[in-house]
Design a protein around this ligand. Structure first.
Ligand code: UD1
Ligand code: UDP
Length: 366
């Protein structure tokens, strides 16, 4: 029996790893275990519940206003004991979080093979996004198997000198997740509230945007909302108290905006599917929106998801108030611009990424 351990700790990692956990559990000859770091708490737990994944280990590292130092050192210290107890044949990590980086580093120290899911995304700007660009490049230098979502991601890895036989283009597991979450008979009280209006979905959390960039983003949105009576915005707000502080200050008394607790993943995907457009600095939403045909204004200076920009669904608008204001208004006023961006395209795979990854691992671990 070969042992595969999956390590993750934040909401987006869980959304993209839980379908893989469930796929691997169906494979004979593989013993699957899950270690969550608890980098996130409530936002992680709701995803585990939705996918019915019960971790064998939970490091529970989350602290209020945690720092990159505390996260990295707590995870490194705690995970060593778990790896010693379990002796996995391979550890799978996802993407670019501090959980993924710290777990991969621990594997390197203990000479445990690493499989990197969602490998090869790059901006090549080490502070944007911060610290994710560093994390994913560091993980690539450790990983033995690189599961790239797209050909472009594979090309990055090849150019960085990774051996072709270690890179597998599988699509993104988030498309697998989307296939199970979006339903035609979905109801939600916030959709009732927005009935008859154009619904805007807003999310924001990036570390490099905390402070003035986020204030500018929110001010732009507030200005636009004050000019349209047929537009309503829903803002499921990240649990980060720093985000909450800025949002309360700049959006607190905005009449046509509802600020609510984070949505569970089923609600989020279904509300995305019914929204008019999305404003976000999130990574995962940039992958989901093209296959739902929803235009996205990406409030960041860089993106590691150029496929969605090339497809026309994503527009990178930065974090300056006037620029966001102008682009947001244009999409509300200009129907042909809107329709150009609302094409449904899916650059991120056919929804069978988990099956492909499990097949490859099954074969490799024989
Ligand atoms: C983390 C990841 C980021 C990812 C994002 C997804 C790092 C460095 N950052 O950023 O790559 O895009 O998750 O959302 O790995 N909090 C709660 N409850 C929760 C979750 C968070 O209270 O369920 C609060 C805590 O006070 C915590 C703070 O949010 O200290 C920030 O969480 P953290 O994981 O450090 O940063 P994120 O911005 O969530
Ligand atoms: N999401 C969610 N509830 C919310 C907001 C987002 O379930 O209230 C989902 C979203 O659909 C996507 C993922 O969370 O799958 C993105 O996570 P986040 O923006 O926190 O992180 P990132 O993708 O930027 O790393």
């Amino acid at each position: 029996m070969k042992k595969i351990m999956l390590v993750f700790g934040t909401r987006p990692e869980a959304i993209k790893m839980c379908p893989l956990v469930n796929e691997l559990k169906n494979r004979l000859g593989i013993q699957v275990s899950v270690c969550v770091t608890g980098q996130h708490r409530e936002m992680l737990d709701t995803v585990l519940n939705v996918f019915d994944v019960k971790p064998q280990y939970d490091l529970s590292v989350m602290k209020e206003k945690q720092t990159l130092f505390s996260l990295t050192t707590d995870i490194l210290n705690d995970i060593q004991k778990i790896f010693e107890r379990e002796s996995p044949d391979i550890v799978l990590v996802h993407g670019d979080t501090t959980t993924a980086f710290s777990a991969a580093l621990a594997c390197y120290y203990m000479k445990i093979p690493v499989g990197h899911i969602e490998a090869g995304l790059r901006t090549y700007q080490k502070n944007s996004p911060y610290p994710e660009e560093f994390n994913r490049q560091a993980i690539s230098s450790i990983a033995d198997y690189h599961f790239a979502p797209t050909e472009a991601a594979k090309d990055h890895l090849l150019r960085e000198g990774k051996k072709e036989e270690t890179i597998f283009v599988t699509g993104n597991t988030v498309i697998d997740a989307l296939k199970t979450t979006v339903r035609s008979d979905f109801h939600h009280e916030e959709l009732d509230w927005a009935e008859g209006s154009r619904l805007i979905l807003l999310t924001a959390h990036r570390r490099e945007n905390l402070g003035e960039p986020m204030r500018q983003m929110f001010r732009a949105i507030r200005r636009v909302l004050s000019e349209y009576s047929d537009v309503k915005a829903l803002y499921p707000i990240h649990k980060n108290p720093l985000v909450r502080g800025i949002a309360a200050e700049t959006l607190g008394d905005c009449p046509n905006l509802h600020m609510i607790e984070p949505l569970d993943v089923i609600d989020c995907h279904n509300i995305m599917a019914r929204s008019f457009l999305i404003l976000t600095d999130s990574g995962g939403i940039q992958e989901e929106a093209p296959s739902l045909g929803k235009p996205v204004l990406v409030m960041r200076d860089t993106t590691e998801r150029p496929e969605g920009v090339a497809a026309g669904t994503l527009k990178l608008v930065g974090t300056e108030e006037n620029i966001i204001y102008t682009h947001f208004k244009k999409l509300l006023d200009d129907d042909s611009e809107y329709r150009r961006m609302a094409e449904t395209v899916n650059p991120y795979g056919d929804g069978f990424a988990c099956k492909k990854i499990a097949d490859i691992l099954e074969n490799a671990l024989k």
